[in-house]
Design a protein around this ligand. Structure first.
Ligand SMILES: C[S@@+](CC[C@H](N)C(=O)[O-])C[C@H]1O[C@@H](n2cnc3c(N)ncnc32)[C@H](O)[C@@H]1O
Length: 315
């Protein structure tokens, strides 16, 4: 009996994965040549919410940009019947329109460190709980991320319920190198020397004249990689230091610039821990391949942008 049940479960999964050999029908998460959106992680985010968190109360997203990740997260919110809370100083029209039509979608058109200190009170006045799922993809630098995490972890620990924090850009280029949307937002003692006209490239320590589709002037990369208070990884490690009892785990999925997942082990049920372990066992097999593919993608992107620059120089 148990064999038949397992066989049919396996057969169902294999049928679902048949796009392995019908590869042209594989639904791409992001069509662009330069993939970067957190949309690419939506299945991982859903799996963690359903299997590890199990009782989500809402999803808070920091950093909306074109709304690519937001549309996927809104789809997930609809599926799981969850409120969505979004924060970005420049919210795109389609997301504002969605919020105007649907009371379970709330957007704050402001910077995270302006919004987060009063978020709990603001949400309470609108009848919402503090969301126990957070997706962070705003300003990728030590100062902003460290302070976002300090506020969020404090709030979430107070609630004494399980929670999940997903963070983008925890591998190259931002793992150990700050970037600033607006350097004026960063207090001087945290701000590294930076340049809006140069980019980080995978194989050079110094910033280069080529390296991204991001228009010049939009991103200010720190000139130096490494050292204290530089980049997203030190921000995460420093922010979780004070929470030994929570046994916060920092998992890194090393593709599309790196997805970080913060999981507080101490609040998880036994069932959730078994699920998490089953994920980690499979992940352990795929990790080296994922990182190899990502590094290869970064090298190819760099070669492409270098050629593009050489062609421009000749014209
Ligand atoms: C990399 S984009 C987000 C991409 C989007 N999450 C996706 O995956 O498709 C970063 C966004 O963060 C926003 N941002 C920059 N600084 C911010 C801050 N301090 N608080 C909130 N959002 C910020 C920018 O305006 C930009 O829209």
């Amino acid at each position: 009996m148990i064999h038949r049940l397992l066989d049919s479960k396996i057969e169902k999964k294999v049928r679902k994965l048949a796009y392995g050999y019908n590869y042209r029908q594989f639904p791409l998460l992001q069509e662009d040549f330069f993939i970067y959106s957190m949309r690419n992680f939506i299945h991982i985010i859903e799996w963690f919410i359903v299997n590890v968190l199990r009782k989500p109360t809402g999803i808070l997203e920091i950093g909306i940009e074109r709304g690519l990740s937001t549309v996927s997260i809104l789809g997930l919110c609809k599926k799981l019947k969850l409120p969505y809370i979004g924060v970005d100083p420049g919210v795109v029209e389609n997301i504002k329109e969605a919020a105007a039509k649907d009371s379970s979608i709330v957007v704050f058109e402001n910077k995270s460190l302006e919004v987060l200190p009063n978020l709990g009170t603001e949400l309470k006045s609108k009848g919402f709980e503090f969301p126990n799922v957070v997706v962070i993809d705003g300003d990728h630098n030590y100062y902003t991320l460290f302070h976002e995490l300090k506020i969020l972890i404090f709030e979430l620990e107070e609630l004494k319920v399980p929670y999940l924090i997903f963070l983008h850009d925890v591998t190259w280029p931002n793992a150990f190198r700050d970037s600033y949307y607006d350097p004026a937002d960063i207090p001087e003692e945290y701000r590294h020397p930076h340049d809006p006209n140069l980019w980080a490239t995978y194989s050079h320590k110094e910033l280069q004249k080529f390296g991204s589709i991001t228009p010049k002037g939009e991103y200010h990369y720190a000139k130096i990689e490494g050292g204290p208070r530089n980049g997203t990884v030190p921000a995460v490690l420093d922010a979780i230091k004070g929470y030994k009892d929570a046994r916060l785990q920092f998992i890194v999925v090393p593709v599309v610039f790196g997805l970080g997942i913060l999981v507080p082990l101490s609040s998880l049920s036994l069932k959730s821990k078994f699920k998490l372990l089953s994920f980690l066992e499979i992940f352990d097999i795929f990790f080296p391949l994922l990182w190899t593919l990502e590094r290869n993608r970064l090298q190819l992107l760099e070669a492409y942008f270098k050629l593009e620059e050489q062609i421009k120089d000749k014209e």
